[in-house]
Design a protein. Structure first.
Length: 383
């Protein structure tokens, strides 16, 4: 029996309790979706309008980028606009959170976003693979993004000694790392992805990457004229860097802090609906912050709620969080949450620790005292 199973509070739940919890989560989902309406539609349309206004304002300010105050202000506004578009708009629209509006302009089937990943490739690797097989070792390709050892169950390889270095590179160029991740390197290595499919996906990434390069590093700098070209190019690069580091921090803090669990395929075999909810619950981590912080994080500060209900409008996560906490308290389940500094620190500590051979599972939370091994007779998720 694995350490993660022994430590998990889920092992203390009976199958009937797990299914009762599943029904409570279903009820939360249905209650929200039954109440969706004009207030919610107004929210996402207002956020999209705000992004466009900020983007336009930043471009106007950067016309004077040869003056340092204008460069600093324009770069800051552009970075905020890019963060807003990437996190609260693009990520969530592509999740289908606003498809219920039946607005063809704000729909997961038609939306594209300001990042290097083609929308269709990202939806498959993220919406389907990651959110279906969350934290299942060997199935969830987001577990370490296939290049990092972030769980002690992963076999060590000498390449991981360089993990602290390419971790920094990934943070700065996160959108490009995600785009390459969408290719599924493992499928390429084991031959399950055909050369034709690989070429098709590479063409898609190449086309999207070229559009991003032309937009940020040719077209918009050209609008500033010959004297402002280099300064605006530098501003765009800096804004993209800020957006990438911010996205990296939010995503990693939502998935890899100390108190998240991973699972073997055997542990989730024949998983029930209730078991699925509980796996999502203990595989994610929240980040505490102000309402502005949550908007800029795409409301992924509520990563637990997002993993429970990825198709729910992100603006409703704050509303349901107390209900999720109440379920956790009543059933003795962990609700992993902490300030950004705390979560980020634990992630970086794990990355550094597991770069070397060995490494033990990080300590897991739980309201109950440890029990003897012979008391644990159920799998991590009931079957």
């Amino acid at each position: 029996m694995s350490n993660s199973m022994i430590e998990s509070p889920l092992a203390r739940l009976t199958p009937s309790e797990i299914e009762a919890i599943g029904k409570e989560f279903d009820a939360i989902h249905d209650e929200v979706f039954d109440s969706l309406g004009d207030r919610d539609a107004h929210y996402i349309r207002s956020i999209i309008a705000l992004h466009r206004e900020l983007a336009l304002l930043s471009r106007a300010i950067l016309l004077g980028s040869r003056y340092r105050p204008a460069w600093l202000l324009g770069t800051a506004v552009l970075a905020i606009a890019k963060i807003l578009e990437n996190m609260e708009i693009g990520h969530n629209v592509l999740h289908g959170q606003w498809d219920w509006m039946q607005d063809p302009r704000i729909n997961s089937a038609t939306w594209d976003w300001d990042t290097a990943s083609p929308a269709d490739a990202w939806k498959h690797s993220h919406n389907y693979i990651h959110h279906t097989y969350t934290n299942i070792r060997g199935k969830d390709k987001d577990l370490g993004y296939e290049i990092m050892r972030i769980d002690p169950h992963q076999s060590w390889h000498p390449i991981y000694l360089l993990q602290p270095i390419y971790n920094l590179i990934l943070a700065g160029f996160f959108e490009w790392g995600v785009a390459m991740h969408d290719l599924d390197a493992e499928a390429i290595r084991n031959g399950t992805k055909s050369k034709e499919q690989l070429r098709k996906e590479l063409r898609g990434i190449g086309y999207k990457a070229w559009r991003q390069i032309v937009k940020d590093y040719i077209a918009f700098p050209a609008l500033s004229g010959p004297k402002g070209f280099k300064r605006t190019l530098k501003a765009n690069f800096t804004a993209n860097l800020i957006r990438n580091v911010w996205s990296y921090a939010i995503i990693f803090c939502g998935h890899f802090p100390d108190q998240t669990y991973t699972f073997s395929e055997e542990e989730v075999e024949n998983e029930t609906r209730g078991g699925f909810y509980l796996r999502q619950l203990v595989a994610a981590a929240n980040i505490e912050g102000s309402p502005v912080f949550h908007v800029l994080s795409g409301n992924l500060g509520y990563q637990v709620e997002h993993h429970l209900f990825p198709d729910m409008p992100s603006s409703r996560y704050a509303e349901i969080a107390p209900k999720v906490k109440d379920i956790c308290e009543r059933y003795g389940l962990p609700y992993n949450t902490g300030r950004l500094g705390k979560q980020f620190g634990s992630v970086q500590r794990t990355i550094l620790r597991l770069a070397s051979p060995g490494g033990k599972p990080a300590p897991k939370p739980g309201p109950y005292k440890p029990v003897d091994d012979d008391q644990i007779t159920r799998p991590l998720v009931a079957v």
